[in-house]
Design a protein around this ligand. Structure first.
Ligand code: HEC
Length: 178
């Protein structure tokens, strides 16, 4: 559980302050999403222009997404905090908990694969990081959900990046209002 949320729940046990805390959670998760969008943009720019590849920056962006994905993301949409008037989150998150959580965890796996790629390529963006010509953009033979870490580490980082972007889009199309 997110520390701030825990503090909220412990200090104020009342319905009125729970609403205030829920608002904090919405602000926090929207800020996290914006930070992930900036990190995604930074990585996308390096794939687009490999000469601009900076491994430290690349890894930092991947780690940022990884830190805000998985459990942290899941807890940001827990129970009463899932919906709020300031939020664009859809109420079906509550009913489709497992599906939502899986997307949050997939996001973390892809971010982890990207961080590992930066560690393994400490100078330039090697061809091993790039998608091969003809490699399907739409998830390819692996589909949009990569089942194991092992399988994930065997695909080029650029492919993992596209799968990550699909995870953002898939979650938004199902769980975020237009
Ligand atoms: C598991 C679901 C899920 C995943 C994965 C996800 N998002 Fe989101 N995202 C949401 C939801 C739900 C909202 C609406 C949050 C709200 O308004 O309370 C949102 C909102 C946003 C926003 C708008 C924030 C604002 O200021 O209102 C941005 C930008 C964003 N996401 C970017 C991303 C990016 C980039 C990724 C992938 C790296 C990503 N998201 C992955 C569920 C997800």
């Amino acid at each position: 559980m997110n520390a701030k949320f825990l503090v909220c729940s412990v200090i104020f046990g009342t319905v009125a302050s729970a609403a205030v805390c829920a608002k904090d959670v919405v602000t926090a998760r929207q800020a996290d999403m914006k930070a992930m969008a900036a990190a995604t943009k930074s990585i996308a720019g390096m794939f687009k222009e490999p000469s601009t590849y900076r491994p430290v920056e690349f890894k930092h962006s991947a780690d940022l997404i990884g830190d805000k994905a998985g459990r942290v993301l899941i807890d940001h949409f827990a129970r009463e905090a899932a919906t709020s008037s300031d939020s664009k989150a859809k109420p079906n998150i509550i009913d489709e908990r497992e599906r939502f959580d899986r997307l949050a965890n997939d996001l973390k796996s892809y971010a982890g694969a990207l961080a590992a790629a930066a560690e393994n390529n400490p100078t330039t963006m090697t061809d091993s990081m790039r998608m091969k010509p003809g490699e399907a953009m739409g998830g390819g033979p692996l589909g949009t959900h990569v089942r194991s870490e092992e399988q994930l580490s065997s695909i080029p980082a650029e492919h993992a990046f596209h799968l990550m972007l699909q995870t953002c889009t898939t979650c938004h199309s199902r769980y975020r209002m237009e």
